[in-house]
Design a protein around this ligand. Structure first.
Ligand code: FRU
Length: 497
């Protein structure tokens, strides 16, 4: 039975979305149907389609009581909205249906596992949240909440574990047909930890252990965990709050973390070997992955960050978009990310240049413009013995606006800068990262949609994502070099409305 609260949300989104034109939305990145979107949820393949749910507040373009929005796609690029899947309509989730995941049950139904939130008054005034894990089962459109929710609550917590920060269950099925789930939690030291639970039916859960504790090493509370095997390694993805930079790795505030190591499934022991950021740009958080039918591990993240997102204009009828889905692999202890290959099906008109040589100059190239493009640049010094000092590509550019990627080979630093991208707030507009550079040779694949840029560096060794909300008429692209450079360019317009 659909509750009144969910029916109202569904009616509201259907009516209000008609006020938003297609041109006001990203063309191939999923965005909120109307109102607010944050984390991807329940990323899954079910009934022949990819399903992506998301943290959703339809009633305003700011965060509020969380619903689950819902969309489906056959290629992960063209999305169709379905009616909102969950609303905060029960006593145990009346203040929000927070993030979670999805799985197909043996009987063919789809199970959603999410965090139910209720607010409790604190003796000293104000409120604190109680977070428990709940399930809902459905057919890909309508979901029935389990009558005995929550299925995991404070009784199932180890000693010292907070019931206020206990969220974002990621569920998966093991080869033996039993289930596991990993949940973010805050232990007594105020830091973060990931708790592992097991079940034979997805409904009755048993606490197993702390899979990994943060001990205040990388940020504090770890949100939105994921765990999977990839290229012979075990990978944990999570999004820590309150991070501090460590050199050029990580940045202040909410960030992303990838741990690469091994996982002994018999004894549930994860051994970390490497750690790194997932995305080195400005806007990326809370990613989830799926294993596609053809065996690819694909990740999608929220292309925003908590530290900058509440400063947008309340007049915009929608806010929040997802990143491009990215194919993951592990090479030499590093996470490699590539845009999903389906993007090639959107490739339209192609323009190429080989060996464009220029010196101490800014140039433009015929046919190299656009706001919906997939463009690869291969850059090398004009003279191997005299490496250039700085190279920059500026895009989404007109007289007033521009966003840029610049590279200084002597420091090996790549910088993204959206200072001139229409923002009138003192938030983060630039971010730098250390990249591999062989004597000034570097590859940049730049994917632009109406309101974003994602830069894949050196075939996916690093990715920098940022949102840019400028006028679409700002579609110029120019290249700058201090020194001398040679450059190859392959640019496709993307055929999508
Ligand atoms: C991460 C997060 C999750 C939570 C959700 C609430 O961005 O804080 O931990 O479930 O957002 O919307």
């Amino acid at each position: 039975m659909t509750s009144q609260i969910l029916r109202e949300a569904r009616k509201y989104e259907e009516t209000m979305e008609q006020r938003i034109t297609k041109e006001d939305k990203p063309a191939f990145h999923l965005s909120a149907r109307v109102g607010w979107m944050n984390d991807p949820n329940g990323f899954s393949f079910y009934n022949g389609e990819y399903h992506l749910f998301y943290q959703y507040h339809p009633y305003s373009s700011h965060w509020g009581p969380m619903h689950w929005g819902h969309a489906v796609s056959k290629d992960l690029l063209n999305w169709k909205y379905l009616p909102a899947a969950l609303a905060p309509d029960q006593l145990y989730d009346k203040d929000g249906c927070f993030s979670g995941s999805a799985i197909e049950m043996p009987d063919g139904r789809q199970l959603l596992m999410y965090t139910g939130v209720t607010k409790e008054p604190k003796p000293e005034g104000g409120f604190s949240e109680i977070q428990t894990q709940c399930i809902a089962i459905g057919d890909g459109i309508d979901y029935e909440k389990y009558p005995l929710n929550p299925v995991i609550n404070e009784k199932d917590l180890p000693e010292g574990a907070s019931r206020h920060d206990f969220r974002d269950p990621k569920i998966w099925r093991k080869a033996d047909g039993t289930y596991c789930c990993l949940i973010g939690n805050r232990p007594a030291d105020g830091s973060g930890q990931l708790l592992l639970y097991s079940s034979t039916d997805c409904i009755h859960w048993k606490y197993e252990k702390v899979l990994i504790a943060n001990y205040n090493r990388i940020g504090k509370m770890w949100e939105c965990p994921d765990l999977f095997e990839l290229d012979g390694k075990a990978v944990i993805l999570t999004s820590p709050q309150d991070m501090m930079p460590q050199g050029f790795e990580y940045h202040n505030g909410n960030g992303t973390l990838c741990l690469i190591g091994t996982f002994d499934e018999q004894n549930n022991v994860f051994t970390e070997e490497y750690n790194q950021s997932i995305d080195y740009g400005i806007d990326f958080y809370a990613p989830q992955t799926i294993l596609t039918e053809d065996g690819r591990r694909v990740m999608i993240g929220w292309m925003q960050n908590w530290d900058t997102c509440n400063l947008h204009s309340p007049n915009r009828p929608w806010f929040g978009q997802m990143s491009l889905p990215r194919e993951l692999s592990v090479k030499n202890g590093r996470l490699i990310q590539k845009p999903i290959r389906e993007i090639e099906q959107l490739h339209g008109e192609k323009v190429t240049y080989k060996n464009v040589a220029f010196e101490n100059d800014t140039i433009r190239l015929d046919g190299i413009t656009g706001r919906k493009i997939d463009m690869e640049l291969s850059i090398r010094p004009g003279d191997e013995r005299d490496v250039y000092r700085k190279f920059a590509v500026r895009f989404a550019q007109n007289e007033q606006y521009q966003t840029s990627i610049s590279f200084r080979p002597y420091e090996s630093i790549l910088k993204i800068d959206r200072k001139f991208s229409g923002s009138c707030r003192a938030i983060i507009h630039q971010r730098r990262c250390l990249v591999r550079n062989e004597n000034g040779a570097i590859k940049l694949r730049i994917i632009l949609d109406r309101y974003s840029v994602e830069v894949f560096v050196n075939d996916g060794e690093q990715v920098l994502s940022a949102t840019i909300y400028t006028d679409q008429a700002a579609d110029g692209i120019s290249f700058f070099v201090d020194g001398s450079v040679k450059m190859d360019v392959i640019k496709y317009n993307l055929n999508v409305e």
